[in-house]
Design a protein around this ligand. Structure first.
Ligand code: UDP
Length: 428
């Protein structure tokens, strides 16, 4: 009798919420097809997810990024340098020991573990990338860093960018990593990343074909990206909630779901800025006042963080909005977005949150911060048309009046009906 062949795959990611979640969603899909999946991340991840990984069907392995656990990794330059030197050495040692017992068919990385690509190719294993942002971002970066198209002067935020299959858009809506106003080490990183694309055997995307058809087609003549999404939690695609393992870094306050249960359909604004963005005091005050003035119910996730610059929610807001406003430290976002009382989502437009809103048909009020988020916000307003983008000046602070205007636009009158109709079309 022929010996049964077990397909084995290794995945490598940094342990950020927005990186782990799509990798794990893919890992779970592969496991359900009988593939053996190992996911390697740094020791920091072991520390943060400790209580969550026991039940996982994906096997976890850890390696050191070369920095102590309490090191502040928001200093991207030092972090990248340590990953390149220590991280790659430690990943290579791990790979040597794993390949004694596993015969990996391929290793799947994401764009933020560039150091891993050389390690994997050196070990002679085919390398695939899971692109964890919109395919549009892949296209923009590829055209820029591979010098395929000319770009306007990036110092001028109002200049127009013209790219195949995109409407013309402002320089300020390009990913912040590309812009001269951003820290230079991210620009260097993205350039190095795109030069390494020639070593990749396949590029997969978490996005889905229907939403980015023209962009995907235009990339076929350059370097194809194969969208395998929407790569969101199986629960959001109608499967039973099994949660054998969640990538969450914080425990969700599920009492907010009971609170949502008490509200009328399509009446609540959900507010979340993901796992990294921290609002400054001015942003927080304006948003709080706009939510108060809107007279709508809202559920706002304000994550605990270590930074000394943490801004405080103005105390009066909770008193003034008693019964209609709830603040939690972390939510089960999947369950919140699936809830029929949620009318719209004030979001920082991280790609995971954007896709989760798409598959649940929830209109988005875009409040982007950095990296791909401003480009996503531009796409949401102009291309996907399932939301509105807050207008802001050069200081990036959204005025109270502008936030109130956007809330009205997605919750009241004919504009709201149009946006909701489009959000539901995307969901279908
Ligand atoms: N998330 C969550 N609960 C929260 C806030 C966020 O489960 O209270 C999840 C959200 O569902 C998404 C991820 O955290 O899958 C955030 O990823 P995203 O790409 O949107 O943003 P990032 O955190 O990477 O900036």
């Amino acid at each position: 009798m022929a010996k049964e062949i077990i397909v084995e795959v290794l995945m490598v990611t940094l342990p950020f919420q927005g990186h782990l979640k799509p990798m794990l969603n893919l890992g779970k899909h592969l496991v359900s097809k009988g593939v053996h999946v190992t996911l390697a991340t740094t020791e920091e991840g072991r520390h943060r997810m400790k209580q969550n990984i026991q039940n996982s069907k994906v096997q976890f392995e850890f390696f050191s990024d070369g920095l102590s656990l309490d090191f502040d990794r928001s200093n991207g330059d030092t972090y990248i340098k340590s990953l390149n030197v220590q991280g790659s050495k430690n990943l290579s040692t791990l790979l040597t020991s794993l390949t004694k017992v596993h015969n990996y068919f391929c290793v799947i990385v994401n764009p933020f573990v560039l150091f891993a690509i050389d390690v994997i190719t050196h070990h002679g294993i085919p390398c695939a990338m899971l692109w964890i942002q919109a395919s549009a971002l892949y296209s923009i970066y590829y055209h820029y860093y591979k010098n395929i198209d000319s770009f306007p002067n990036l110092e001028d935020s109002k200049e127009k960018v013209h790219l195949p299959s995109f409407p013309a858009f402002d320089v300020r809506d390009l990913p912040s990593f590309m812009l001269p106003s951003g820290p230079p080490h991210y620009n260097v990183y993205m350039n190095d990343l795109f030069q390494a694309f020639d070593k990749l055997k396949w590029v997969l995307g978490t996005s889905f074909y229907e939403i980015e058809e023209e962009i995907l087609k235009s990339m076929d003549s350059v370097k194809s990206i194969y969208p395998i999404g929407p790569l969101v939690s199986p629960f959001l695609l109608g499967e039973k909630e099994t949660y054998d393992f969640r990538a969450d870094m914080w425990n969700a306050e599920d009492s907010c779901i009971e609170w949502l249960d008490s509200k009328p359909p399509s009446s609540v604004i959900y507010v979340s800025f993901g796992s990294i963005t921290v609002l400054s005091q001015q942003h927080m005050n304006n948003l709080a006042t706009a939510l108060k003035n809107s007279n709508k119910s809202f559920l706002w996730v304000i994550r605990p963080h270590d930074s000394n610059n943490a801004s405080e929610l103005p105390r009066e807001i909770l008193e003034d909005t008693k019964g209609r406003g709830l603040v939690v430290k972390w939510s089960s976002q999947d369950k919140v977005l699936m809830h029929p009382v949620v009318a719209c989502f004030i979001s920082h437009c991280g790609w995971n949150s954007t896709m989760e809103a798409m598959v649940t048909g929830v209109p988005i009020i875009c409040y982007p911060d950095w990296t791909d988020q401003r480009t996503n916000a531009m796409l949401i307003e102009n291309v996907f048309q399932n939301g509105v983008n807050l207008k802001r000046g050069e200081d990036m602070v959204a005025s109270t009046e502008e936030i109130e205007r956007c809330i009205r636009e997605v919750m009241e009158g004919s504009s709201a009906l149009k946006i909701k109709k489009r959000a539901m079309e995307i969901k279908e």
